[in-house]
Design a protein around this ligand. Structure first.
Ligand SMILES: [Fe+2]
Length: 298
């Protein structure tokens, strides 16, 4: 499918050529610095089971598809490049995380989740509701009021709930991953009020391509795929005593809702933008969250 890149996006891409690798590799730096590595402890039995199954699956593919030495050496060269480009988190989050998320949320009642992706940054500025995310003067894009309410699975308002939100700008770039954007542009932690309600003023994000000038882009070009993700807002919601949910929300009509490279779109995550009820400029979306108690299952 032909992409939906606007002229402005194309110009920005050109201007920022060379930053996509930085964007891909930044995720490696952040994962390494996150402290997650220090706490990893996978039992030997699980390592043996999972590594054994993965090795068998790859060997089965080699037999089924009669892999040649040329293809084998191309694979080796590409795997080396994924590492040297720092794109393992990008590769895994784009092509595997959606399955990991499905497996791990299958028994959780309430709000539907999807992948976190590689561009989350913890500890974004805390804002009370109604909140306005950080923007530049003359920030481009359609104003968007995002509001909703938190309840538990019995319909009771949740106390102490919060929405961590992050999304791309109107050119498809993320702060802290593309150069020259304010540090916390379109990133914030919004505290809901005592009724579990929140309101966030932001601007509608653009669709974007995952970085195309590293190993992942090389694979996409070699296979004749596309690199597009539909426009989306990333969310992490949480409340004390309840299971957190990580998700993304999407906009109807985006051509890449149907063929998202990260396979992260679900019907439950589609927004319904409408004219604002407060008479303000732009559009409004309402999305309510039901959170399950800790340990609660379907
Ligand atoms: Fe994203």
């Amino acid at each position: 499918m032909e992409n939906t890149m606007t002229e402005t996006q194309a110009a920005m891409r050109k201007e920022n050529e060379g930053t996509a690798v930085e964007a891909g590799s930044r995720a490696t730096e952040r994962f390494t610095a996150s402290g997650k590595l220090a706490t990893l402890d996978v039992p030997k039995e699980r390592v043996s089971l999972l590594a054994g199954a993965a090795i068998k699956a790859i060997n089965d593919i080699a037999v089924e598809h009669q892999v040649t030495y040329e293809e084998y050496h191309a694979l080796k060269a590409w795997l080396i490049k994924v590492g040297t480009d720092g794109e393992w988190p990008l590769f895994l989050d784009v092509w595997l995380e959606h399955t990991i998320e499905d497996v791990n949320s299958a028994e959780r009642p309430g709000a539907v989740g999807t992948i976190e992706g590689p561009y989350y940054v913890p500890e974004a500025p805390v804002l009370p509701t109604p909140a306005t995310l950080q923007m530049r003067e003359d920030e481009p894009g359609t104003p968007l009021l995002f509001k909703g309410r938190f309840t538990d699975t019995d319909g009771k308002a949740l106390q102490g709930a919060q929405v961590e939100i992050w999304h791309a700008d109107a050119h498809g770039f993320y702060s802290q991953y593309a150069p020259e954007l304010p540090e916390w542009l379109f990133r914030g932690t919004v505290k809901a009020d005592e009724n579990g309600c929140f309101e966030i003023n932001t601007k509608r994000p653009a669709p974007y391509q995952i970085p195309t000038d590293g190993a992942c882009g090389q694979l996409i070009a070699a296979a004749g795929w596309h690199a597009w993700r539909p426009a989306h807002i990333h969310i992490k919601v949480s409340a004390p005593g309840h299971q957190p949910v990580t998700q993304q929300l999407y906009f109807p009509g985006d051509p890449h809702n149907e063929d998202d490279i990260a396979s992260a779109v679900k019907p439950e995550l589609m927004l319904d933008p409408r004219p604002r009820t407060d008479g303000g400029e732009g559009e409004e979306v309402v999305y309510d969250y039901v959170l399950a108690r800790e340990g609660q299952t379907k």
